[in-house]
Design a protein around this ligand. Sequence first.
Ligand code: GAL
Length: 332
Amino acid sequence: MIREFGVLPDGEVVHEISLRKGTLQASVLTLGAIIRDLKVDGQTVVLGFEDLQSYLDHSPYFGAVAGRCANRIAGARMTIDGQEHQLDVNERGRHQLHGGARGFSRRVWQLEQSDKASVLLKLVSEDGDMGYPGRVEVLLRYTLTGTGALRMKITATADRTTPVNLTQHSYFNLDGSATILDHTLEIAADSYLPVDEDLIPTGEVRKVAWTPYDFQDGRKLRRRAGEETVVFDHNFCLSDAPRESVEFAAALEDAAGDRRMEVWTTEPGLQLFDAGGIDVQAPGLEGKRYGPHAGLCLEAQRWPDSVNRDGFTSVLLRPSETYSHVTEFRFS
Ligand code: GAL
């Protein structure tokens, strides 16, 4: 089902596509390829809004697809094949976050096709968009599968070499409780990227063993008595390079252990953002008030600031290549 969701200040119409399959129901917006709502057995498992204006004024990337290059680019600068590029600055007055002020999450995607359980969206990012070189064409399909998963498949091509790194930025909360602190999280990463005070990776790849970043055996987000407090906004290293097909990355379980979501992805990194700093000033889905830790993000992507780091997997897409990314959120 397709309906008009709202109209942007410039007159552009945003549509909502409703999908359904088995126990899953999803609502997708053409704005930012946003997953506005996702229900499993009738239970909403993501954070979102009921109206367009709240997305424009209050959304910390709820459900959106971030790009052209997700996460941070230090100094909003990069050098490709000897040429330096100044990118749009939208983070702490110095850096770029999630592709700039008008990144892919703020654009209206074209609706190409849809049926009961899937939708295909397209976005064209012109040469020079947010400072990036080259024209990029992106195709993205969300599919609700018969096995209880939401699958996102993305491909992209470019006519000049440019960084492309897209991620799905949903905030998950599997039981609708006020915080996710009693959810259990497992991450299949034996190392992570430490960051500086601006949340830019320092370049070190550090082992998680015996640190608060060790989620390999699964643990609650809530710190135990005596443990140091940690703000989780870090890339976990799943692999050194993208994989050919999806592999297990993470599992999240609600407080009662009744609902489980697994993240499977081709991507080599997973940004865990615990949303400890959010305090959303507009009512969310079902009128909910979203305070600190109302949800958490498990953003599958290539490692942050890779354009400025020789040791990290490349995010450069060359004209002869196709960027390809699959992430699945599997529910049981
Ligand atoms: C995350 C990022 C956080 C924060 C958030 C949006 O991907 O790592 O630092 O910016 O997006 O509020």
